[in-house]
Write a protein that binds this ligand. Sequence first.
Ligand code: FES
Length: 150
Amino acid sequence: MERKEFLSKISGGLAFTCVACMMAACSKDDNTGSGNNTGGGNNTGGGGTGSTLLTINLTTQLLAIDDFISDKGIIVVRKAAGNVVSSFVAFVNACPHQGIAVTFRKGSNDFHCSAHGSTFSITGAVTVSPATSGLSARTVEISGTTLTVK
Ligand code: FES
């Protein structure tokens, strides 16, 4: 009799404890979600101050409009004259569908993935599936005649 009473009290206490833990866990998850959003902001900041992914000498490379370079997992395209940031676009060279490298197509001014046919606009937005998201843009910085992708 005492044992039953004891077990009943303990199981009731455990149930209460578990419900309390679950509620605490849920509220932690909610807070983590907000933290992740803040983390997204940190990613943007990281792009500005992040490590260098690719360096290009603009006296010998990317001289003409529509010239592009694919190196070290990055693809960079010159879209206008002048050695200013707005003349270039840079993306991680991995199709969001399954990670295959894309190529820049001068004639259609877009990026193409030969694996399954996805295409992306010059802004990186997906224009033909099966990819469902765009290319991942990277930050371009220019100092003199040196272009740096971060
Ligand atoms: S990997 Fe690019 S479309 Fe499938």
